[in-house]
Design a protein around this ligand. Structure first.
Ligand code: ARG
Length: 462
């Protein structure tokens, strides 16, 4: 009787668990992206094994040549990936064996998949830092083009999304150039810190073979070998730093995307997206939707998600390698892909959009945007304490509101009913151009400041 029972669940387990085990265990579905890095790492390792006399020059030559063949098979789509071989490392090695025979078996001397995957992934993330930097520089240039064209175009500056003070279009564009510059420096900083080689840490403890870790580090463009083998195989800080920098960059992109969505609305009309970056509606013929901006705003969630996911994978992991760490790759790939896509789309949109100078100016001239200029005039010219000037200005705003006009539309007589000493030259500061021209403090919105900043960026970005 027990035999029957055994057969029953033995039958279920013999086939079922194997297939599911393979499904949960295999990473080849996504880590095949690491093929170029895996092969670069293996070639460096083989060179070093021969240089140190651990394998013969003949074997190393066969291995390295075979690896080139494997890579070209992968790159041309002539490679049969196998889930039974789990991951990119074993897929490559197994094919190498088919191509070069016995020497292939010597490649894994003094190495483990643990240091191998750490090298591959580091090299991949390092490349992404460089790609992000180049993409951000492109976006900065597109923004700079806008800033140079509209250094003196007046627009409303907002706080709380309420009209605050007039600013210039160029100033607003350069604000993003600054943000993206900090993003670039975060990627550069992360890159510098990640640029150390785990290769030679082997499984976790190092190796008894006389390897030369300086040599492989140099060959792969790393600054130096990592100094603790336990740390080398279990560190994923480099990917986390990349994801953290990506998240902050993505946050900047989403803020900008949100502004473009608002600015391209019929209520604002600050910008017109080019046809290339707009979509229509199948039912409402008047629509011109800023879909790319909306998608950038939304895609950011996946990037934040990848950051949180990997932090969560890593938290609580005992030293050294655990299979949990295989879950570091898929989301990092997705985050990097979507960051690059968002950067490219934002760059295209910014380069091709047209600011509506008239709408910007009109909006800047409404909403009592020069109220602060008026208060400052009362302080400067009449010697009022700022608090009193604020109060007087408040009364004048209320008066204008009552008359349904803006501050420059009040007459001098109107104004003098609130404060008798107000003179006609007050009108000089109520115009939006005068307002921005006067903001000459360092980093201020005056066109002269904006032009100087733009010139600085032009030189830096060229
Ligand atoms: N595919 C594995 C990963 O991505 C490679 C390392 C496997 N190491 C091991 N000890 N099973 O993490």
């Amino acid at each position: 009787m027990t035999k029957t029972a055994n057969t029953m669940w033995g039958g279920r387990f013999a086939a079922g668990p194997d297939a599911i085990m393979e499904a949960i265990n295999a990473s080849i579905g996504y880590d095949q992206r690491l093929a170029p890095q895996d092969i670069a790492g293996s070639r460096a390792h083989a060179t070093m094994l021969a240089a140190t006399g651990i394998i013969t020059d003949t074997d190393a030559a066969a291995i390295k040549e075979g690896l080139v063949t494997v890579l070209s098979e992968i790159e041309t789509g002539n490679f049969a990936f196998s889930a039974a071989l789990e991951d990119i490392h074993m897929n490559v090695e197994s094919r190498l064996k088919e191509i070069v025979g016995e020497p292939a078996g010597r490649l894994h001397t003094a190495r483990s998949r643990n240091d191998q995957v750490a090298v591959d992934f580091r090299l991949w993330v390092r490349d992404q830092c460089d790609l992000a930097d180049a993409a951000l520089a492109g976006l900065q240039k597109a923004l700079l083009g806008q800033a140079e064209a509209g250094a003196d175009w007046v627009m409303p500056g907002f706080t709380h999304l309420q009209t605050a003070q007039p600013v210039t279009w160029g100033h607003h564009m350069l604000a993003y150039v600054e943000m993206f510059e900090r993003d670039r420096s975060r990627f550069a900083d992360a890159r510098k810190r990640m640029n150390t080689s785990p290769l030679g840490a082997a499984a976790l403890a190092g190796t008894s073979f006389p390897i030369d870790r300086e040599m492989t580090a140099k060959e792969l463009g790393f600054d130096r070998p990592m100094t603790n083998s336990l740390d080398a195989v279990s560190d994923r800080d480099f990917a986390l730093e990349f994801l953290a920098a990506s998240s902050i960059c993505a946050m900047h992109l989403s803020r900008m995307a949100e502004e473009l969505v608002i600015w391209s609305s019929a209520q604002f009309r600050f910008v017109k997206m080019s046809d290339k970056w707009s979509t229509g509606s199948s039912i409402m013929p008047q629509k011109r939707n800023p879909d790319a901006a909306e998608l950038i705003r939304a895609k950011i969630g996946r990037i934040f998600g990848a950051n949180v996911a990997l932090m969560t994978v890593m938290k609580g992991l005992p030293l050294t390698y655990s299979k949990d760490m295989q879950e570091d790759k898929e989301q990092t790939f997705d985050a990097a892909d979507n960051l690059m896509l968002a950067l490219a789309a934002m760059t295209g949109m910014v380069a091709d959009m047209t600011a509506n100078r008239e709408s910007l100016r009109q909006a800047a001239s409404s909403g009592f945007s020069t109220a602060t200029d008026l208060a400052d005039w009362l302080v400067r010219e009449l010697g009022l304490p700022f608090r009193d000037a604020h109060h007087v200005t408040g009364s004048l705003v209320a008066m204008a509101e009552g008359k349904e006009c803006d501050l420059p539309d009040l007459t001098l007589a109107d104004m003098q009913t609130v404060h008798a000493d107000i003179r006609a030259d007050v009108f000089d500061v109520l115009g939006v151009e005068n307002s921005v021209d006067s903001r000459m403090s360092l980093g201020g919105t005056a066109p002269a400041q904006v032009r100087a900043q733009a010139a600085y960026w032009r030189e830096k970005l060229e």
